[in-house]
Design a protein around this ligand. Sequence first.
Ligand SMILES: C[S@@+](CC[C@H](N)C(=O)[O-])C[C@H]1O[C@@H](n2cnc3c(N)ncnc32)[C@H](O)[C@@H]1O
Length: 224
Amino acid sequence: MNPFRLLPKRLKRRMFRYTPAGFPDPAACGAFYDARHTAFSGDDTMILEYSSVQAQRRLFERAISLLPPRGRVLDLGCGLGDLLSFLDAEGLPYESYHGIDVSERMVQEACRRFGDHKGASFEVLDVLTDPLVAGSFDTGYILSVLGYPIGDDPMVTMMTILKIAFAACRVGIVFSHLVTGRKEGLKFTSVPEEMAAHCEAEFGAQTQIDDDGIDFTYLIALRH
Ligand SMILES: C[S@@+](CC[C@H](N)C(=O)[O-])C[C@H]1O[C@@H](n2cnc3c(N)ncnc32)[C@H](O)[C@@H]1O
C-alpha cells in the first residue's frame, strides 16, 4: 500500500519541497529517492528533482557534446534510465549501456521500462562499498547525482566516486555539479575551475569545463 496514494498532489509537492541538508551515506540518499518514487509515481520530473523535462534534456545534450557515448556506457546514478532513452532517440551509437543506482525503486522502474532493451542492463549498486572494475566501461555519465553532500566529508565522497568511475571508464567520464555562489539554497557546490584542477592533480585527467557563467549547473569531462 502506497502511503502517499491518497494525498492531493499539491500537498505532496509541498511536503517534498523540504529536502534533507545531506545524507550520512549513499544508502540514505537511495532511501530518499525511493520515497520520492513512491510519492510521485508517474511524475518523473518531481521524482528526479528536475525543474522540467527540457532541463533534463538540456543537461543530457551538454554532457553528450562534451563526451559522446562510445562502446560500453556507464550511467552512474541512472535514476529511471532516461539517458538511455535519450541516446536512442538521438540515434547515438554505443555498444552497451549499464545503469547503476543506490535506489532500489529507481532500478526496479528502469528495469520495468527497459527490460526488453537489447544491450541495456541495470543494477542496484553503491560504488563506495562495491567498487567498479577498472576499465570495464568506455564512457561514463554522472548527471544530477552529486548535488547532495554525502558523508562526513562530502568533497572526499564526491572525489572517491569520481575516481572510481574514471578508473572504470577507458575513454573518460562526464559529471555535473552545482556552481558555488550562483543560486541560493544549493546544498553542495563547487567552483568549476578548482574542481577541474583538483581532478587533473588527483587523477591525471585531461579536463574540459562546460560553464556558461549563468546556469547554476556546470559539467566537466575527464579524459584519460
Ligand atoms: C536526480 S536523480 C538523476 C537521475 C539521472 N542521472 C537523470 O539525470 O535522470 C539522482 C539519482 O542518483 C542516485 N544516486 C545518488 N547518489 C548515488 C551514488 N553514490 N551511487 C549511485 N547512485 C546515486 C539517486 O538514487 C538518484 O536516483
